[in-house]
Write a new protein. Structure first.
Length: 731
């Protein structure tokens, strides 16, 4: 394959539709027509020059990207071609990065077998496969049985699905006779539930309606509970149906669009749980598995400000709640005969700064996870005595989670541990009071080819924001990297919805760091890395604190030799795109480049669209610019799209997906058009839109690596400079 063919192959793999000729003397940016739309709202007026990029049939496009209006589709293809042409000189670099990332990805990338009764369940990737195969084998030894070949399912569906396929991990019924999973063939997270008879191999008739992806078997394996998404993509109903097929029975419908909903089962298998929640309020409804067809009963009716979740532990409930001002949450007991709040009794008190983020019941133990200074800690309590022991880890930053499929009756606690320099490890603790108990045992660990853990350093730094807040920063670098400011820096951030960015392991980051870069995560306010108050401190009228923290982290790293102003690339995804977009407007001089994946950048217009399914849910975080003038003014003050001005912007790469039902593709498309029309600098403003995927991009593991290779190459080019000659239309 010659260079031109290689570039075309890489561009095609990334979904660009072909690479431009590298020999072109000058590349012309697409002409985005200006069609001013005047919007009057709460006595305020704004003009949106690119509102036409949001199609009138945008909800239909989520379900079928093929109905995207022709003019908009042509514009997106032109943007993809332009991005391809601008990055054409980096085609060989992108190809090399992708090959390296694929080579470093563990060949089978499977997990240790999970014991459950008479079987052990496990998965692995066949060589070169994008999707896994799921198996089981007898617990006492024997040959493995294929339960679900996701790669084969993806191949069967590719002709009718625009090439996209995603499947949730399968779940077996408690009697081990059925297997259920959910499939998305568009990218809009509108999953279809599938059930397989493991004796015959037949896929049984499934629900006629679409599933959101949440589903659970009853404890007796006779029933299947599943959530349904409305045409607006909102999880709105819970149905029950015979597990082997039959009529659906509606057991709960949520009328309030400001709430999400999830159906699960307690580890004890004693209850099915319907949890309804948003950022400020929650409600739990339970179905006793002693009577699996009963009407769900409410634990405690929802009320503004009260958040709670429930688990079942032997003869009682454990309630995780913020009741009575417990900002970082506490644990309480409840009686299954009457679990309402009036009967809640204290167990683990609220301790500010020790944010309880999760819990899991086992018959002989109860495990809770606390986050302390952005580091997770596990506390194990004994049944009966309630004596506690703490499981901590010695790296500066790391991520740890409990194995979700662990049996209730086991005395083995299995954890998945990783850090920015430590590939995933499956660690087991035998819980008990005897000799040899409570000591960690590594059951398996990912083997990353051509990688030496000891060559890398993970650090935890803190940057002081302008109001005195200390923002944690996680740093990954090579041990031999001098901290003299010469290394370029990639700074990632999110900072919204109370979501914490975990300090996990990533093969693509190695490819960046091995090329002389430093990688850092800014754990800004808006996330909950330092507790729920860390989240509450940066929402609604205080949202600007997230941006201030991000800029403070960049300045702190620069001051201490981890980078230098003008040689830092900012990276954010979804609401993290808002973070980097706002920071770009505030300090364009800080950045060599900005990469915004599916970025939430048109905040004022989106939050002013009451028909968007996520808007009612998101109002507690951003405010309501349709009803509250103060919220309108606050959002207008930072919305990245609305604050683009005549500045010297650095290079920008924005991505989008046509089937994205969270952040519409028109947000990055409009933002890029406005940036390109306004910038006073020569750095290019690029847009890449996946014409067939959704919010999370392509589902195959190597397809996902292709986008990461593109981001790394863009970051390197942004610092290196030497972009191809390009021109742009000036509106």
């Amino acid at each position: 394959m010659n260079r031109r063919e290689a570039l075309a192959a890489v561009a095609g793999f990334l979904g660009w539709g072909g690479a431009a000729e590298a020999t072109s003397p000058c590349v012309e940016a697409p002409d985005t027509p200006v069609r001013p739309t005047r919007i009057s709202q709460l006595g305020r007026t704004r003009v949106d020059p690119f509102a036409w990029l949001k199609p009138e049939n945008w909800k239909a496009v989520w379900r079928d990207p093929g109905v995207l209006p022709g003019e908009i589709a042509a514009h997106l293809r032109a943007e993809n071609a332009y991005a391809s042409a601008m990055l054409a000189p980096d085609g060989a670099r992108i190809d090399a990065l992708l090959r390296e990332m694929k080579a470093r990805t563990p060949a089978d990338q499977g997990e240790p077998a999970q014991p459950d009764g008479p079987f052990e369940y496990f998965s692995r990737f066949e060589p070169g496969a994008q999707h896994p195969v799921f198996f089981r084998r007898p617990a006492g030894g024997g040959s493995a049985e294929v339960l679900l070949d996701v790669e084969a399912r993806a191949g069967e569906s590719s002709g009718a699905s625009h090439g996209f396929f995603s499947a949730s991990p399968p779940v077996h019924s408690p009697d081990h006779r059925l297997l259920a999973w959910a499939e998305d063939t568009v990218g809009s997270e509108n999953f279809t539930l599938q059930v397989k008879d493991l004796a015959t191999g037949a896929v049984l008739p499934g629900p006629a309606r679409q599933a959101y992806g949440d589903f659970v078997f009853s404890a007796d394996s006779a029933w299947l509970y599943w959530t349904w998404r409305s045409p607006d993509s909102r999880p709105a109903r819970v149905y029950r149906r015979p597990a082997r097929g039959g009529p659906d029975v509606l057991i709960y419908e949520e009328a309030d669009p400001a709430f999400l909903m999830q159906v699960t089962r307690t580890p004890s298998k004693a209850y099915v749980v319907i949890r309804i929640w948003n950022a400020d309020t929650s409600e739990v409804r339970l179905i006793s598995q002693a009577a699996p067809t009963e009407i769900p009963r409410v634990v405690e009716p929802r009320r503004p400000g009260l958040l709670y979740a429930v688990d079942h532990w032997n003869d009682r409930f454990v309630v995780l709640t913020n009741a009575d001002g417990a900002v970082d949450f506490k644990l309480m007991w409840a009686d299954p005969s009457d679990p309402s709040r009036a009967g809640w009794r204290p167990w683990v008190p609220h301790r500010p700064g020790r944010f309880i983020i999760g819990m899991r019941a086992f018959r002989g133990h109860f495990v809770r996870v606390e986050r302390v200074d952005a580091r997770p800690v596990l506390i194990v309590a004994e049944q009966g005595s309630l004596a506690e022991r703490t499981l901590d880890f010695d790296e500066a930053a790391y991520a740890v989670e409990m194995n979700a499929g662990e049996a209730y009756d086991t005395s083995t606690l299995r954890l998945i541990y990783q850090s920015p320099r430590t590939p995933r490890r499956w660690i087991a603790y035998e819980l008990g009071a005897g000799p040899g108990m409570n000591r960690p045992r590594t059951e398996a660990e990912e083997s990353v080819p051509d990688y030496r853990r000891e060559d890398y350093v993970v650090e935890r730094l803190f940057a002081r924001s302008n109001d005195g807040a200390e923002t944690p920063i996680t740093v990954l670098r090579r041990k031999d990297m001098p901290l003299d400011g010469r290394a370029p820096l990639l700074l990632y951030g999110y900072g919204a919805y109370g979501f914490s960015v975990e300090a996990d392991f990533s093969v693509p980051r190695l490819s960046l760091v091995d090329r002389g870069w430093i990688y850092a995560i800014a754990h800004v306010r808006g996330g909950s890395e330092k507790g729920w108050s860390w989240y509450l401190a940066a929402r609604r009228e205080h949202k600007a604190r997230s941006f201030e923290d991000f800029i403070a982290c960049a300045e702190h790293l620069s001051k201490h030799g981890y980078g230098r102003e003008g040689r830092i690339v900012a990276h954010g995804l979804s609401a993290g795109g808002l973070l980097v977009g706002a920071s770009l407007n505030l300090r364009p001089d800080l950045w060599a480049g900005v990469c915004a994946q599916v970025p939430f950048v048109d905040v004022l217009n989106t939050m002013s669209d009451a028909s968007h399914p996520l808007v009612p849910l998101a109002r507690p975080d951003w405010g309501d610019p349709l009803a509250d003038p103060a919220a309108y003014d606050n959002i207008a003050s930072y919305s990245p799209y609305d604050n683009v001005a005549a500045r010297r912007y650095p290079a920008v790469l924005a991505t989008g997906s046509v089937a994205d039902d969270r952040v519409g593709f028109w947000e990055p498309a409009k933002w890029v058009a406005r940036l390109r029309a306004s910038t006073l600098a020569r750095a290019p403003i690029l847009l890449k839109v996946d014409m067939s995927a959704g919010h999370h991009g392509e589902a195959g593991r190597f397809e996902a690596l292709a986008e990461q290779a593109l981001i790394v190459a863009f970051a390197m080019r942004s610092v290196q400079g030497g972009w191809p000659c390009h021109t742009r239309h000036r509106q």
